[in-house]
Design a protein around this ligand. Structure first.
Ligand code: NDP
Length: 284
């Protein structure tokens, strides 16, 4: 029998550290398994998901731009309640010929951002309204932020995220910004980048530095490069900043436990993943 496979599906994903982290845990704990990258274009997604069995794939992480689309393939009655609620899944596990979905971005983002700042009563600006932003806004509202403004270049996406969150948190204050200017970052405590802008070296600075101020905490979900232009500029201005590396490690550790069902503490998995990443980045 071939080795059990796991992996990341999305496009583009060449920048991903997920194979490094998951394969380090397989190796360290002596578990048979391999984690690969599956860079799949949208027209191939359907076939790919339907061929998981044939390819001996037992579990998948899902990244941009498919976190919302993959819900169509899942048994929603057995999937994680939070993932179904926000309509975004980043972890799929095969169980008795059904696909079960989870959202460990929620767990990862929640744990990581709280290491930097208390979210209670904060005013937050969010760039992007895709799959990751759904997890981000869900955590922010659960933790009692005062308000959220969201800007996405696709107005229909921010509209749908705003109405989803209004339904889940009826007394929340969340609005769509029609432009970066309309985000009113000068009045915010936290700015979060949940767009892919900054992944590529040639990407522009997503928001003009005139909007940034030194009391702002700037969190960029991107972790590779480890400092996007946004974070570089924010640091220069004196903002406290973080990239999304911690979130990545935490979400991966929770996913690993869902994939394998092993009786191990998440802290052990986080430690192994953290060491693998530190070793790799130290060698760059
Ligand atoms: P999606 O593609 O689902 O959503 C991103 C959204 O941002 C899209 O609606 C996109 O529009 C929009 N967008 C693109 N450019 C801009 C812009 N200049 N201003 C405003 N909105 C814009 O991606 P995900 O939500 O899955 O992921 C977003 C980012 O977060 C990625 O970089 C991903 O790598 C990162 N991420 C990191 C994680 C971590 O653990 N650190 C976990 C999850 C995600 P359009 O579709 O038209 O491009």
């Amino acid at each position: 029998m071939a080795e059990e496979l796991y992996g990341l599906v999305g496009y583009p994903i060449k920048h991903s550290y997920s194979p490094l982290m998951h394969n380090a845990v397989f190796k360290t704990l002596g578990i048979q398994g391999e984690y690969r990258l599956f860079e799949i274009f949208l027209p191939e997604l359907d076939n790919f998901i339907k061929s998981l069995d044939k390819n001996n794939i037992k579990g998948l992480n899902v990244t941009l731009p498919y976190k919302e689309k993959v819900l169509n393939f899942l048994d929603l009655s057995r999937s994680d309640e939070n993932a179904v609620r926000i309509g975004a899944v980043n972890t799929i596990v095969k169980s008795e010929n059904k696909l079960i979905g989870y959202n460990t971005d929620i767990l990862g983002f929640s744990r990581h951002i709280k290491e930097y700042i208390s979210l209670k009563d904060k005013r937050v600006a969010v760039l992007g309204a895709g799959g990751a932003a759904r997890a981000v806004c869900y955590v922010l509202l659960q933790e009692g932020v005062k308000s959220i403004s969201i800007f996405d270049i696709r107005r229909e996406k921010s509209d749908s995220l705003v109405s989803l969150m209004e339904n889940l948190f009826p007394s929340s204050s969340i609005n769509r910004a029609d432009s970066i200017d309309d985000l009113a970052v000068s009045e915010k405590d936290i700015l979060i980048n949940a767009t892919p802008v900054g992944l590529k070296k040639e990407d522009p600075l997503i928001i003009d530095s005139m909007y940034l101020h030194s009391d702002l905490f700037v969190y960029d979900l991107i972790y590779n490069p480890n400092r996007t232009k946004l974070l570089e500029e924010a640091e220069r201005i004196g903002c406290k900043v973080s990239n999304g590396l911690g979130m990545l490690i935490y979400q991966a550790a929770f996913s690993f436990l869902y994939f394998t069902g092993i009786d191990e503490s998440v802290e052990t998995i986080i430690k192994i993943m953290n060491e693998a990443i530190t070793k790799e980045l130290g060698n760059v």
